[in-house]
Write a protein that binds this ligand. Structure first.
Ligand code: ZN
Ligand code: MN
Length: 481
């Protein structure tokens, strides 16, 4: 209470004090929507999956595992850098950042220390240039789930590629910080695009640094607010902290520290967490298992040229190629579907047909296009489907087999023998129909219940060695043509 009274007295003097100046810098983590994780081939979509099901020895940090960098993630980070006016370091590298936590199986995070992929750059908010310090690439940790008195570890998210964007302390107000986040979301989601960038799903996470200076230039403590997960919270937490810092500074003008605070979104307040570690505590050193990155190999011109294609332009391009407008819209609005569509595009598949297959997921599963061989196999199946050589069911069955790693030759010979047996069934059906012309006429006149009779005859004739479902399909085909 005494402190409060004292503060009240001091606040009376505020009007005599020159204005406070607020300085805000942001560190933003963007989860990249690549198909696989940062250093292994695991499925990068952990959302909605059972715990510890999208993992492998690499992302579990088993001894002897070797990371292999995801080229797409590196390319997307460079592309984001180009969109944000950064310089791209010609040579970049990965480093190990050590810390101990149960959700970090290796005991270190592979990140980038002194040579990030992108440096400098800026983003303009209403004519105010907010400079960027850097953009680097790293891997995410797993998740801890606290239940009753125990804690459970889910490593599905471990190894997910994260792009960390660090601004200079150029942001002047909580409102501007929130606006920066909104603009950045648009860029990484629509312009580049490299992320679903949903704050609710945690694709876009923000830590905010804030300090204030009084009229004489004297600085307050520096506060970092961790894990702000909505635009509104960014603004609210910073506004609360701005006011708290001003009050504290009046009371204890000489207090200097770097502190970490969390935000309680229900109460709308920040709370003290811990004194921040210095960089040296992380014992950074170069990752010995990954070669340096030579970014001069990337074609900056083409990366830049397919930037800034917004939703409307993309839809126009698709419809101009013959894609149904509704399908075009669905494709463009789902990064994942759009990516699948682009990867499966080929000169001998009609865009309209391909779009339909992707939009309505004829594959029947979440397909993964991790290598050229798989892409080619799916394309071949799509061609067979387009030429009516296989049915929709056969198509999705075959896709499942490709997904499971069955060789394409085996799938093809299965399809061939299925065709053979269909031909055989077809011959038996022809015989049955020619022996029962009266029934055929009655069926065609509307007595559809006779279908069962025909099926029975065919099954009898073929000693039950055929699939009744196929028999049914084939009889209907013949009777109704
Ligand atoms: Zn893995
Ligand atoms: Mn980070």
């Amino acid at each position: 209470m005494r402190a409060r009274d004292l503060l009240w007295g001091k606040l009376q003097e505020v009007e005599k004090m020159p204005n406070f100046k607020t300085t805000i810098g942001l560190e933003i983590h963007v989860q990249l929507a690549t198909a696989s994780k940062m250093f292994c081939r695991c499925n990068n979509e952990a959302f909605g999956k059972n715990p510890n099901t999208t993992v492998c020895p690499v992302c579990l940090g088993m001894p002897g595992m070797l990371p292999v960098a995801n080229k797409q993630a590196i390319e997307w980070t460079v592309k984001t850098g180009l969109a944000l006016n950064c310089q791209i370091n010609p040579m970049s590298k990965f480093d190990r950042k050590h810390y101990f936590y149960p959700d970090l199986p290796k005991g270190y995070q592979i990140s980038q220390y002194d040579v990030p992929l992108c440096k400098g750059g800026y983003l303009e908010i209403d004519g105010h240039k907010i400079r960027l310090n850097r953009i680097h690439l790293e891997e995410d940790a797993g998740k801890l789930i606290h239940k009753d008195s125990s804690s459970l570890v889910d490593l599905n998210r471990a190894g997910t590629p994260l792009m960390e964007i660090v601004t200079e302390p150029d942001i002047g107000s909580p409102t501007e910080a929130a606006e920066f986040m909104r603009q950045l979301q648009k860029i990484v989601r629509d312009v580049v695009p490299v992320s679903e960038a949903s704050m609710e799903k945690g694709h876009l996470r923000c830590d905010a640094n804030i300090d204030i200076k009084d009229g004489t230039g004297k600085m307050s403590e520096i506060v970092e607010i961790k894990n702000l997960n909505s635009f509104r919270f960014v603004e609210k937490a910073l506004a609360f902290e701005e006011k708290r810092l001003q009050e504290d500074h009046l009371l204890w003008p000489d207090f200097k520290a770097k502190i970490t605070r969390g935000f309680d979104s229900k109460k709308g307040i920040t709370f003290s967490q811990r004194i921040k570690e210095e960089a040296a505590d992380y014992r950074y050193f170069p990752e010995p298992d990954l070669p340096p990155i030579d970014t001069t190999k990337f074609d900056f011109k083409s990366l830049k040229s397919n930037l800034a294609e917004n939703e409307e332009q993309k839809i126009n391009k698709l419809t101009a190629a013959g894609v149904n407008p509704n399908d075009a819209k669905v494709l463009v609005q789902s990064m994942k579907k759009y990516d699948i569509y682009q990867k499966l595009s080929s000169a001998d598949i009609k865009p309209k047909f391909l779009a339909k297959i992707v939009v309505h997921n004829y594959f029947g599963i979440d397909i993964e296009l991790l290598n050229n061989e798989k892409i080619k196999n799916y394309q071949n199946l799509i061609k067979l489907l387009a030429d009516n050589k296989i049915s929709k069911n056969q198509f999705s069955e075959a896709c499942k087999k490709i997904h499971q790693g069955v060789s394409y030759n085996i799938i093809l010979s299965d399809l061939e023998s299925a065709k053979e047996s269909r031909n055989g069934i077809g011959r038996i059906i022809d015989q049955i129909l020619s022996l029962n012309t009266k029934e055929v006429e009655r069926y065609r006149a509307g007595e559809k219940q006779l279908l069962g009779f025909f099926i029975g005859q065919v099954l009898k004739k073929s000693d039950g060695r055929v699939d009744p479902k196929v028999v049914r399909e084939e009889i209907i085909k013949k009777l109704e043509k």
